[in-house]
Write a protein that binds this ligand. Structure first.
Ligand SMILES: NC(=O)c1ccc[n+]([C@@H]2O[C@H](COP(=O)([O-])OP(=O)(O)OC[C@H]3O[C@@H](n4cnc5c(N)ncnc54)[C@H](O)[C@@H]3O)[C@@H](O)[C@H]2O)c1
Length: 256
């Protein structure tokens, strides 16, 4: 496994699901972890879990829709730990399950503000800081969490699918703009993965879980730890030639 010793990883939405698994995995690999979360109790729980496994982490209350809060969180990170090596823009919501005509302006705006705004403002603050770290030998690494709904349509989830397509556009563009500055920027696109978000979807209709499972050639959901390991791999120095990619983690779904 790669070592992230002496590196500082800033992870949004790290109080639950994929974000928490990623925070724990980075800590196990030696990184100092900043848990940036809107939910104070789950965010602090993640810090506690990291501390119990012997790692170093802090919680920062942060709503990713607000650029000032993200800027302040990055400032606090650097004030505490002196640098920022890794930015994981993971915070997101699933939004309302319903056809296009059942989605309101408010549904659309909310999902775009969190899922797209959070990645946009997150990358702005992270890249601004990384550009000041000229002595950084390995450069900066950013991973944005998109979805398989970012590369395919998702019936009953048009705003979600649009937001996750936008995350890939932001990722590829920023990767090209900052490649010369040694900042690598990639996205991951998971299929259904065990988390509170997917539990909500399962509960929308009887038999939903089985239907979702059948869509995946491997016949199962992903585990948050599996997504976390791919994120770590994308950030590792062994992977130094990969940037601007949207990597599908989908049990074979998009192979067909
Ligand atoms: N679980 C899946 O099947 C799946 C599949 C593909 C992509 N994703 C994406 O993975 C990411 C993580 O999802 P998850 O499944 O772990 O869900 P989750 O609901 O378990 O975790 C999301 C976290 O983001 C936090 N959050 C929400 N809004 C926020 C805000 N405005 N500011 C800061 N934090 C905020 C929540 O409090 C929560 O801790 C999301 O972007 C999601 O769209 C999930």
């Amino acid at each position: 496994m790669s070592s992230f010793a002496n590196q500082v990883a800033f992870i949004t939405g790290a109080g639950s699901g994929i974000g928490r698994a990623t925070a724990l995995a980075f800590s196990k690999a030696g990184a100092t972890v900043v848990v940036a979360e809107i939910n104070e109790s789950t965010g602090r729980e993640t810090v506690e879990l990291i501390t119990q496994q012997g790692g170093n982490a802090v919680f920062i209350l942060c709503n990713v829709v607000d650029p000032e809060q993200i800027k302040k969180a990055i400032y606090q990170t650097v004030h505490s730990f002196g640098r920022l090596d890794i930015g994981i823009n993971n915070a997101g919501i699933g939004g309302k399950f319903g056809k296009l005509l059942d989605q309101t302006e408010q549904d659309f705006n909310q999902i775009m503000a969190i899922n797209v705004g959070g990645v946009f403002y997150g990358m702005q603050a992270q890249i601004r800081q990384m550009l000041t770290q000229k002595s950084n030998p390995t450069g900066g690494k950013i991973v944005n969490v998109s979805s398989i709904a970012g590369v395919r349509g998702m019936p009953m989830g048009a705003p979600y699918s649009a937001s996750k397509h936008a995350v890939i556009g932001l990722t590829k563009t920023a990767a090209l703009e900052y490649v010369k500055h040694h900042i690598r920027i990639n996205a991951v696109c998971p299929v259904y993965t065990h988390s509170p978000m997917v539990d909500e979807l399962i509960n929308t209709a009887p038999g939903m879980e089985e239907r979702m499972r059948r869509m995946v050639p491997m016949g199962r959901f992903g585990e948050p730890e599996e997504i976390a390991q791919t994120i770590l791999w994308l950030c590792s120095d062994e992977n130094a030639f990969v940037t601007g990619q949207a990597l599908q983690i989908d049990g074979g779904l998009t192979a067909g």
